[in-house]
Design a protein around this ligand. Sequence first.
Ligand SMILES: C[S@@+](CC[C@H](N)C(=O)[O-])C[C@H]1O[C@@H](n2cnc3c(N)ncnc32)[C@H](O)[C@@H]1O
Length: 225
Amino acid sequence: MAFQLKNVVPWGRNLAEYRLMFELSDEDMKKRIAGFGDGPASFNYEATEQGYNITSFDPIYQFSTEELRGRIDEVRTVVMRQMSENKENYVWTNIKNLDELENTRMSAMKLFLADYDKGRAEKRYIYHELPERLPYKDGSFDIGLSSHFLLMYTMLGYDFHISAMTEMLRVCREIRIFPIVDLDANNTELITDVINYFKSGYDVEIRKTRYEFQKGDNKLLIIRN
Ligand SMILES: C[S@@+](CC[C@H](N)C(=O)[O-])C[C@H]1O[C@@H](n2cnc3c(N)ncnc32)[C@H](O)[C@@H]1O
């Protein structure tokens, strides 16, 4: 089925959050980084402003600024209502309350929207849908990231995850996935099976992170070639 914007909930995080989730050190930031499913995050814009080399991939990058702005406005109220109904499932230390959460997310997405056309022209935002083959040679990137996409949408299934992550590992020397839980912050059989698959051919590490927003989403998966 064709990818449709009305089925996506664009919701973006910022550079500080990416650095915490993925434990990106100053040295890591200097490497060639690819973000898969970066959506409307401001990670690419903020890191580019600081002189780093980031390429973001997402199927929503086929849409115009106005289309993305419209969809962000549509989902904003729905997401905030859901957050308010489930606030006890979150850790309110870094982000103190719902207002701060809404401001943080909207600020990140505003930065993204303002940078989007320029970033597309500079080939920093590239329309791509996993698990399709990427138009890059093997080892083109040092680190590939997936925040709140892979392993979280378990309904995409085992085969999707194996193909998507294998393709990421073709173009990246290592990949980092955060978090390692599904949408309800549960570990699942699919997540365990996918991790076990990669343990047989790659170096697999699971690291506890300082970042935790949804209760239980405090682990980072690193897979190295
Ligand atoms: C919840 S958002 C996370 C955005 C960003 N990574 C962050 O954490 O702020 C999930 C993103 O995954 C993207 N996505 C959905 N299907 C995808 C696919 N097959 N390949 C790559 N990205 C996909 C969506 O378009 C959306 O932007």
